[in-house]
Ligand binder design. Sequence first.
Ligand SMILES: *Cc1c(COP(=O)(O)O)cnc(C)c1O
Length: 380
Amino acid sequence: MSSSYRIPFNKPCLTGNEFNYVSDAIKQGHASGDGPFTRKCQSLLESILVTSKVLLTTSCTHALEIAALLLDLQPQDEVIVPSFTFVSTANAFALRGAKLVFADVRRDTLNIDEKHLEQLLTPRTRAIVPVHYAGVGCEMDAITALAARTGAVVIEDNAHGFLGRYKGRMLGTIGQIATLSFHETKNIECGEGGAILLNDRSFTERAEIIREKGTDRSRFFRGQVDRYTWVDIGSSYVLSDLLAAFLFAQLESRDHIQSQRKRVWMRYAEALTPWAADRGIRTPAVPAGCEQPFHMFYLIVNSLTQRQALIAHLANLGILAVFHYQPLHLSPMGRRFGGMPGDCPVTENVAERLVRLPLYSDLDDPGISEVVNAITSFPD
Ligand SMILES: *Cc1c(COP(=O)(O)O)cnc(C)c1O
């Protein structure tokens, strides 16, 4: 992300109308939340996702916090998350005092391993939080069936998978609740932003209240009550309409953004899969039935040493490649929930070997060739 790289890891894709809409939002004089652009974003998202009631939030992290608040978690309650994910997937539930339980991921997709999940399920399991890693759908049929056994709520952390599909269904519409991220590093972005998707509508009214500082302000604006007041716990999770204006431009340009990302991803896959196969290096697996939104292209190399050498080799050529996700169960916080080495062997192994390649809409064909040539010239 440093500008000292000729090819950065990520570059936000500006599609033209961001400045116009932000300037409209300023002229309209409604910079706070739930203004005209928030409503436009929410109804556009609802028309894309169809089954969901959508509320914009300040981030995906905050959308996960709303989800955790909706569950009224008690100290003995357990929430199962993959160990191989971003901190917020777990932290939102730790904040509510729940016991975090870490599941390993599948070798092929790096998604939560439904077989391990089954072993971790107890009568105290209140929620399961699958993360559609790289936007490739988790085994949602198996996961929802397991959740039904204990009455656990399925909360899809869909920070990577907006516009992806699992067996024809949009990711984010399968669990009772789902979350989206519009952070600058995601496909569709507004700097910082997110959304909570309420597929089980019985959560909707309370989600509106939690998002509005514990008040029934939304009911007031609909004319359902004649004043608004403090009715529940909550916090300040409403996105500024200035950011919603930026986001609306991005959402309108989603086909363009996605087709550009697809172009980059496909070129990488075509050029690097045979090279990787000869060296025991893996490229992303996309199972039949999964349509992915081209959020990420990664390599799983053979060792930590090889990863460091590859990242250094690319950096020397002006290309920034990165790795991510230290196993959560082995982090200082994860240890406090009883995480031990060996609990999630695939996560422990893959976290040391994964490299993410630059992927953004403006990466042109010569740029892609440069990355590909740099990788294939790596002396292994
Ligand atoms: C980016 C990300 C988040 C957090 O998103 P923010 O909008 O930055 O809060 C949560 N979960 C996953 C899997 C992510 O990649």
